[in-house]
Structures are given as structure tokens and as C-alpha cells.
Write a protein that binds this ligand. Structure first.
Ligand SMILES: Cc1cc2nc3c(=O)[nH]c(=O)nc-3n(C[C@H](O)[C@H](O)[C@H](O)COP(=O)(O)OP(=O)(O)OC[C@H]3O[C@@H](n4cnc5c(N)ncnc54)[C@H](O)[C@@H]3O)c2cc1C
Length: 461
């Protein structure tokens, strides 16, 4: 069947980025002709793989401002919806065995900015009195800023499952987790109420013709849609969509994995914040395992030191029993697969590797290396990212075309800001001061690009 229809705005991709953009177009700017186009059900591709963690901890103030803006917008939704997004705020606990952490403190100051130096509180004594409580998950009760626990007794009292050799913990306070699926659902309902529509089709081609003609394919065959404006929110396929209008995007897809399992032995306290091991480590293999790994050229890398970044958090609230482990160690890009488990970096040994690695920070997890969890799930998806790990939001370089993508490993926490900024570019709304730096325009700023591409830390977790 060959039909055609006219709409004002087509948002290509119903992941978190596309849904949030449509949400702000419909609610903030009262756009009435918005079509959300996706061959999949909403929030079922990358956005379904997210750990749903959020933080305002970044090495550069622009990313701090961007995520703070997003957290402000999430709080607004939490307040108006009785916290439908289940936002909690136990923070991020960044742990290291290093005693000299001057570089980490300098990075905190660089990120949070000189004027915010009072937000970085260093606790050198064993008394927890000056250190605000960590037990409540309620986001309205948590302080802002960072508590640096520089005393091992204080660390042991606060984080009793951490390895005794942890010498410093940086506790980022404006951080926690959300339910991305709940927030996506909430936004979809508001979009529908405002007259926005969804269409289950795949975009096959885009022609420019006083606006755009999308050629799409669904169960009814090929259809043509005449649109004035398009938003490229196609996640890992954003490069493919941009190429349809002759734009080459500087992005790549890097596969990352997670393990979630039922913590049947109660190894991890339910109140533990998102906890991250900052230190590089060599995995703890037996002599026999070492021999086997050394003989396998594909696996021998597991015997060498691997970059830090293993993280762990309880999942499903205080009464749940599951935990999530992650470690974004892959740096090799791949072509995005429709079936995520077909990616060549989907590593069958990942569950075993991550369990060993996570036990270095939380030794009670060692028990699962000896007796594997009985209920578990191993999954993964793409970090769609620029080299500097900053997003692409705003004009796409062709009249009427916009982008909300390259959200890497932070797209759940930043979806609100990404959507609000992209919608503001489209509707001539108010843009935050940093919006230009998050658009393709930043590539014309040689100094900024040199600074962020060469930065030793890009905030990849
Ligand atoms: C393992 C993992 C853990 C993560 N953990 C976190 C975390 O803790 N916190 C956080 O903030 N972020 C996290 N992220 C990142 C976050 O999940 C992503 O940044 C976010 O989901 C990206 O959303 P998106 O809408 O850009 O992409 P997607 O969710 O992939 O949506 C893109 C949509 O576009 C559609 N599409 C593509 N091509 C076409 C086409 N031709 N026609 C029609 N539709 C098309 C796809 O079907 C898809 O539904 C994690 C990511 C991974 C992989």
C-alpha cells in the first residue's frame, strides 16, 4: 500500500531522547502535530539496557551544568507526578586504595567550578557527625556537593562491605537512580494527551523537498510522510539517519555490558549507594585458570591489569533482592546490531569477569565466584558517542533538521535536558548558556575541542 500524510514534526526514534524531545515540544511549546516514529516499541532498544543511574559528577563544568539542568527537570516531574519516576538519591561512592588523591580533588574543583569549592567537604576524622546521613533514599533530603571520606574508620563505619584497603571515598551527593521506563511512560501519556501520535514504521529514506519527505515501511507497506521538521533521535542509528540527508556525524557505537542477579546471600546492603571502584586491577584467578587464559589469545588480556570502573548497586528498592553490576571497559567501536546480543563484544565470560572484579571493592561478592547466582541476566547495548563523550543536541546543519543523540552512557540521566534543549532550538525557546557547546557548532571552536578531546578523563562509566 502507498499512502502519504502531512505532519509538522517527525521525531525519529522512540527511545528516551526522542520521547523527551517530543514531550517538551508538546508540553512546553504546545506543538500539536508531532509524530514519534519507531519500528520498535518505545524504550525497548538502548533505553531498555540502561542502569538508570544519574550524577552531576563530571570532569568539565559544561557537563556538570548539563546534568544539573536535567536533574532539575527530573525533580520537576517528580514533584508534579508524586515521583512516578522513583527518583532516589543515595549518591555515587567512588572508592580508591590511593592515599594521595590530590588529582581527584583537583578534578572535583575543575568540574564543579571555583565558586562551588564550599561544596567539596573533606572529612579527615573518624567521627561521622559532620557527615550528612546516607541512609535515606529520599531525593529531597540529600545534600548537594561531595563528601570526601579521608579516614579509614569513617569509611568502615559508613561502608562496612568495602574492602579494608580502601583509603578514600568520594561521595557525590546529587546522584542516584530513577526508573527510566516509568518516566518514559509518563512522558508518552502527556504526549498523547497533547495530541502527539506514534507510528510503528522504519525510516528507509529521507528526501529534502520544501521540508522533508520520509519514506517509511511498516506492516501496511511503504508510506510517505511530508514533514516540516525532523529530529534525529535514532540512538545507535543516528549516523545512518543523518547520512540520509547528507550529514556525516562524528559518532561511533561502543558496546557495553551489565550483569543483574538475585543477591540470594545478601552480600550487598540495600542502602549501598551506586559504588564505583576507581582503581585499575588485575583479576583474581587461580593458578589453573591463569594457565588456561594464557593459552587462549582471545582471553589472555584478562591476565593484564584492566582499567578501573567496576560498579555495583542494589536494584529494586530497599525490599528488593537484585543487584546490578557494570564495567564499561570496552573501547572498540562496532556496527550496531538489531539484536544486541549479536554484537561481537557481547562476551559470554562477562558475568564471571565482572563478579570477580566487583568483589575487589565488595569482598562479600566473592561468594558468587565460588557458587554462581541462581537467577541472573547478562545484557548490553551501545554507548553512542562522540570522541569527547559530549552529546549532540540542536541543529543538524540542514534547514529544519535537528538532532538529540550521542548520549553515550548518560542518556537516561540527561534525557530531560537533551529533549528540552532540542525542543528549544526547534521552537526558538530559551536555551541554557551551554547549549551551543553541546551542538555541532562546538566543532568550530578549536580551543574547546582541543581541551575536551585531550582531557585525560571524559567521564565514561
Ligand atoms: C549497558 C548500558 C548501561 C547504561 N546505563 C546508564 C545509566 O546508568 N544512566 C544513564 O543515564 N544512561 C545509561 N546508559 C545510556 C542510555 O541507556 C542511553 O544513552 C539512552 O538510552 C539513549 O537513548 P536514545 O533514545 O538515544 O537511543 P535508543 O534508546 O536506542 O532509541 C533509539 C530508537 O531509534 C529507533 N530507530 C533507529 N533507527 C530507526 C529508523 N531507521 N526508523 C525508525 N526508528 C529507528 C530505534 O528502534 C530505537 O528505538 C546505559 C547504556 C547502556 C548500553
Amino acid at each position: 500500500m502507498n499512502t502519504s500524510r502531512d505532519v509538522e514534526i517527525a521525531v525519529i526514534g522512540a527511545g528516551f531522547a526522542g520521547i523527551a524531545t517530543a514531550y517538551y515540544l508538546c508540553t512546553e511549546y504546545q506543538k500539536r502535530s508531532v509524530l514519534l516514529v519507531d519500528s520498535r516499541q518505545p524504550m525497548t532498544y538502548t533505553s531498555a539496557q540502561s542502569g538508570d543511574n544519574y550524577r552531576n559528577w563530571w570532569p568539565h563544568p559544561t557537563m556538570v551544568d548539563f546534568t544539573n539542568y536535567s536533574i532539575d527537570l527530573m525533580q520537576r516531574i517528580a514533584l508534579e507526578s508524586s515521583n512516578v519516576l522513583h527518583m532516589t538519591r543515595r549518591g555515587y561512592a567512588l572508592a580508591t586504595r590511593r592515599t594521595d588523591i590530590d588529582d581527584l580533588i583537583a578534578e572535583l574543583h575543575a568540574g564543579y567550578g571555583g565558586t562551588e569549592s564550599d561544596l567539596i567537604r573533606i572529612h579527615r576524622g573518624p567521627s561521622p557527625k559532620s557527615y550528612p546521613p546516607t541512609r535515606s533514599a529520599n531525593w529531597t533530603e540529600a545534600p548537594d556537593g561531595v563528601d570526601v571520606l579521608a579516614n579509614q574508620d569513617l569509611i568502615r563505619q559508613t561502608f562496612p562491605t568495602f574492602s579494608p584497603d580502601i583509603a578514600n571515598v568520594l561521595h557525590i551527593r546529587r546522584a542516584g537512580d530513577i526508573s527510566g521506563q516509568q518516566m518514559g511512560q509518563y512522558m508518552l501519556e502527556r504526549i498523547k494527551e497533547a495530541g502527539g501520535k506514534r507510528l510503528s514504521v522504519q525510516v528507509k529514506g529521507i528526501k529534502q523537498n520544501q521540508g522533508f519527505v520520509l519514506e517509511v515501511e511498516g506492516s501496511d507497506g511503504i508510506e510517505r510522510i511530508n514533514v516540516e521538521m525532523i529530529v534525529n533521535a535514532a540512538g545507535p542509528f543516528a549516523k545512518e539517519i543523518a547520512a540520509m540527508i547528507g550529514v556525516d556525524l562524528p559518532i561511533a557505537n561502543v558496546f557495553q555490558q551489565k550483569l543483574a542477579f538475585d543477591d540470594q546471600y545478601g552480600a550487598i546492603p540495600r542502602q549501598l549507594p551506586f559504588s564505583l571502584d576507581l582503581d585499575d586491577q588485575e583479576l583474581d584467578w587461580t593458578a589453573e585458570e591463569r594457565e588456561l587464559l594464557a593459552d587462549d589469545p582471545d582471553m589472555a588480556w584478562l591476565l593484564r591489569p584492566i582499567r578501573g570502573g567496576t560498579h555495583c548497586r542494589p536494584d529494586g528498592g530497599d525490599n528488593g533482592t537484585w543487584i546490578k553490576l557494570g564495567w564499561a571497559f570496552n573501547r572498540e567501536a562496532s556496527e550496531p546490531q538489531q539484536e544486541l546480543a549479536n554484537d561481537p563484544h557481547f562476551h559470554p565470560q562477562f558475568p564471571e569477569i565482572i563478579l570477580r572484579s566487583a568483589a575487589a571493592l565488595n569482598p562479600p561478592l566473592k561468594r558468587y565466584s565460588e557458587s554462581f547466582p541462581s537467577r541472573w541476566t547478562h545484557y548490553g547495548g551501545y554507548y553512542t558517542m562522540t570522541r569527547e563523550n559530549w552529546p549532540l543536541l540542536g541543529p543538524l546543519g540542514v534547514d529544519g533538521a535537528f538532532i538529540a543523540s550521542a548520549l553515550s552512557g548518560y542518556g537516561s540521566m540527561s534525557a530531560c535536558a537533551a529533549g528540552a534543549i532540542c525542543a528549544a532550538w526547534m521552537a526558538d525557546g530559551d536555551l541554557p548558556a551551554f547549549a551551543n557547546q553541546l551542538s555541532l557548532a562546538r566543532y568550530d571552536d578549536e580551543n574547546l575541542m582541543a581541551e575536551i578531546v585531550n582531557s585525560p578523563s571524559k567521564g565514561i562509566l
